[in-house]
Design a protein around this ligand. Structure first.
Ligand SMILES: Nc1ncnc2c1ncn2[C@@H]1O[C@H](COP(=O)(O)OP(=O)(O)OP(=O)(O)O)[C@@H](O)[C@H]1O
Ligand SMILES: CC(C)(CO)[C@@H](O)C(=O)[O-]
Ligand code: BAL
Length: 289
């Protein structure tokens, strides 16, 4: 495994491999790796001849007043964890390498990137789409791996790749959870112990919503009201958003039909914003389409 910090060096290292017909898998991350990231890495290693993991806390996806400075970082620890996998390259560029000058070119996926988390974090998905495009251009991967935990991010990237005919396969990896159900996230380390214990309420509410939908509930508001009530039992959770959407388009729904739906939650615990999601399928009830 080789650590590379410069774009030109990574391109030079990958070029002969690509010419030899080897497939390349890309796992973009912001570092401070946990088992969720490692599930992406494991899958990429299983499906590609060569694997590039990137570690870059991308400043352009953070808004003013967001947690860019507080975002946890530990590249040495990340390298140790990655050494257990047949990863070929860890690309960990400095901000000045990725953005030597203020960017004038941007990739915006609209309106998909402006709704939901895009409303709470204006410009966030433009920053994500732009840096992911740049990473795709640097690595030119056959496949790139993203976690379902960041469900809207995955939808935005899929749409970007489809609309702009980017020649890369997007692979979605299911959310890895703690034993109590909390989705693994780099931000979990910033939770106070009482908030860490309280945060499980999100997974519980998502589970409850999925169970109601699975049992045949068709009214989104009934599902959301039950989930809201569950989250309200936890005084440490400051609910920021709770939505039920079509899982493929993220469009709002008047009624849960045959297509899979996704429930999406964001909540603050202290200063830490956690996100989670769950896909659910309505029970077949003989409803004529
Ligand atoms: N629990 C998880 N299970 C599966 N994939 C995950 C999980 N957490 C993050 N990922 C995926 O890892 C990739 C890199 O994510 P990132 O580095 O932002 O980590 P993170 O834990 O999501 O951090 P944070 O939520 O604090 O920003 C993304 O594709 C993300 O969806
Ligand atoms: C995809 C990504 C690495 C882009 O900076 C980031 O948004 C993340 O870690 O999910
Ligand atoms: N995993 C999403 C990256 C972010 O929160 O900025």
């Amino acid at each position: 495994m080789q650590r590379i910090e410069e774009i030109a060096a990574l391109r030079a290292a990958l070029a002969p491999m690509r010419r030899a017909g080897e497939t390349i898998g890309l796992v973009p991350t912001m570092g401070y790796l946990h088992d969720g990231h490692l599930a992406l890495v494991e899958r990429a290693c299983a499906e590609n001849d060569r694997v590039v993991v990137t570690i870059f806390v991308n400043p352009t996806q953070f808004g003013p007043g967001e947690d860019l400075d507080a975002y946890p970082r530990d590249v040495a620890g990340d390298l140790k964890q990655l050494a257990a996998y047949p990863v070929d390259f860890v690309f960990a560029p400095a901000v000045g390498e990725m953005y030597p000058e203020p960017m004038q070119a941007h990739v915006a996926v609209e309106p998909l990137g402006d709704i939901l988390i895009g409303e709470q974090r204006p410009g966030h998905f433009r920053g994500v789409a732009t840096v992911v495009t740049k990473l795709f251009n640097i690595v030119q991967p056959d496949r790139a791996y993203f976690g379902e935990k960041d469900f809207q991010q995955l939808a935005v990237i899929r749409r970007m790749v489809a609309d702009l005919a980017m020649p890369v396969g997007i692979v979605a990896v299911p959310t890895v959870r703690e034993a109590d159900g909390l989705a693994l996230s780099s931000r979990n380390v910033r939770l106070a112990p009482a908030d860490r214990a309280a945060a499980v309420v999100l997974a519980r509410a998502l589970e409850e919503g999925a169970a109601m939908i699975g049992a045949g509930e068709r009214d989104p508001e009934t599902v959301l009201a039950a989930m809201r009530a569950t989250i309200a039992t936890e005084p440490r959770a400051a609910l920021r958003s709770l939505d039920l959407r079509d899982a493929a388009t993220l469009a709002p729904l008047d009624r849960i039909g045959e297509r899979p739906v996704v429930t999406l939650v964001t909540a603050l615990f202290g200063e830490v914003l956690l996100i989670d999601q769950r896909v659910a399928e309505g029970k077949e009830q003989g409803v004529t389409p």
